[in-house]
Design a binder for this molecule. Structure first.
Ligand SMILES: Nc1nc2c(c(=O)[nH]1)N[C@H]1C(S)=C(S)[C@@H](COP(=O)(O)O)O[C@H]1N2
Ligand SMILES: [Mo]
Length: 441
């Protein structure tokens, strides 16, 4: 599709100028122009705004204000101004939020690439700056393009490569998002009026042409510099090119979205890292993030003889075997697991002891249960401990689960006991729990 810049007929002046990408005649695709750029721009305006909002919500869902354990970006300063207690309702809140964030982010990749392609001649335009305002605008564009590429690349690498940057993904993606979004807002404020004028103008023009077929082009609306002065023969219409981009997005969407569902749909998620793999069947046949073996959890330390749950609070410390936990009042909740990576399960049937009842064992009224720090047997690596806020502890659906779907937990799902909390991100659902410390964190 990229034409040889030197072939074809060029105006005489363009013939040697066109060797340089700083010359407008170097760029010959007839697809480039204000309409194409404006359509893609409006799609990104909506899409990236949704990505930013769901991203900030995703960060809030970790309850980073609660304890240093949960906080993946301790130096966030004022950027955490918006944080709030993550609710427990509706129970699918995080599943929806993260599904939208990851699936939409992946589906927007073709749109982003097409948008960058559509304005690439501007990157080479000379002189670098015509005025101070122009210089500032170009710097903001560098932050915009760099920020967009950075956010999409770090996001995709995290989802695809299983935490390529283990601890550092969160700060990179979080600070990157703020830099990118600041440049994005600046750009939108400067360009949305032009884009709207372009789209509306072209529509009106079409209507006027129908009335008066001899009518010429309307007055310039901005973005005309994107039109090649020496266009090559078109091989595809602008509309066709747009369908191509949209088709790419649809394809990515269709091969990703299945990771949010169980059953045969999950197998359609061939692009999702865990999606294509078979989570098995039966009661434990749902997605596993980290296996017991990969976390160094052995059968010896989870055995009936060896394993004890230590529960601590202002009223003292109790130690409970799995047998003793089974003797407490058991309850069921249907809740999903939803991971930051964008995959989730449907509701699973968990059965175990309510967190509020465990708080009551160590000196708290169930309705006044405090925060809790949960630590697993796991000695190294990420996610071995997580804190839950009081509203999560008090919710009667929050469990220390001992069973899932009618069977004892399997080692990979956290045997002997794991946390499950409504609407919380998967990472707070600590597996292989060894110790729970209640108290205000
Ligand atoms: N101890 C421990 N608990 C953990 C993890 C872990 O690595 N170690 N992974 C967490 C993450 S990121 C998710 S998404 C869920 C996945 O639970 P599952 O493997 O049962 O689906 O467990 C959470 N609990
Ligand atoms: Mo996760």
């Amino acid at each position: 599709m990229v034409p040889d810049p030197l072939s074809g007929v060029l105006p005489a002046y363009g013939r040697h100028m066109a060797r340089s990408p700083s010359s407008p005649a170097f760029w010959r695709s007839p697809v480039r122009g204000p309409w194409f750029t404006s359509v893609l721009g409006v799609v990104l305006l909506v899409g990236i705004t949704v990505l930013f909002v769901t991203g900030l919500l995703s960060y809030a869902s970790y309850n980073p204000d609660l304890s240093p354990v949960n906080d993946k970006t301790p130096d966030k300063g004022v950027l955490g101004f918006y944080l709030f207690s993550w609710p427990t309702d509706p129970p699918w809140l995080y599943r929806l939020n993260q599904g939208v964030h990851v699936t939409l982010g992946i589906a927007l990749i073709p749109v982003l690439l097409a948008k960058l392609w559509s304005v690439v001649p501007k990157l080479f335009a000379l002189p670098p700056a015509r005025s101070l305002a122009h210089a500032l605008e170009r710097i903001s564009l560098l932050l915009l393009v760099g920020g967009a590429l950075f956010e999409f690349v770090t996001g995709v690498l995290n989802v695809q490569l299983d935490y390529l940057f283990p601890g550092s993904f969160y700060p990179l993606h979080f600070y990157g998002a703020w830099v990118f979004f600041a440049a994005f807002v600046t750009h939108a404020v400067l360009r949305v009026p032009t884009a709207v004028r372009n789209l509306r103008g072209l529509r009106d023009e079409g209507r006027l042409r129908e009335e008066d077929p001899l009518r010429g082009d309307a007055s310039p609306r901005g973005g005309e510099e994107l039109v090649s002065p020496a266009p090559a023969e078109p091989t595809v219409s602008r509309r066709g090119a747009l369908w191509f981009v949209g088709g790419g997005s649809l394809l990515l969407f269709g091969t990703t979205v299945g990771q949010n569902f169980d059953g045969p749909l999950r197998a359609t998620a061939v692009l999702a890292p865990h999606g294509g793999s078979e989570p098995g069947s039966g009661p434990a046949g749902f997605q596993i993030n980290k296996t017991a073996a990969s976390r160094g959890i052995t059968a010896a330390e989870t055995s009936e003889e060896a394993w004890r749950l230590v529960v601590e609070g202002r009223g003292g410390t109790v130690r409970l075997s799995r047998e003793e936990l089974l003797g407490l009042s058991l309850h069921s909740s249907a809740l999903p697991i939803a991971c930051v990576e964008g995959w989730s399960t449907s509701d699973q049937w968990w059965r175990g002891v309510r967190l509020r009842d465990l708080a009551a064992l160590v000196g708290y009224e169930a309705d006044a249960a405090p925060d809790v720090l949960v630590e697993s047997l796991q000695r190294r690596g990420a996610f071995r401990r997580a804190a839950l806020r009081d509203n999560q502890v008090r919710d009667s659906r929050s469990l220390l689960a001992l069973f899932v779907n009618g069977e004892p937990l399997t080692p990979d799902h956290g045997y002997p006991a794991r946390i499950i909390v409504p609407a919380a991100p998967g990472v707070l659902n600590t597996k292989w729990v060894a110790r729970m410390t209640f108290g205000d964190l």
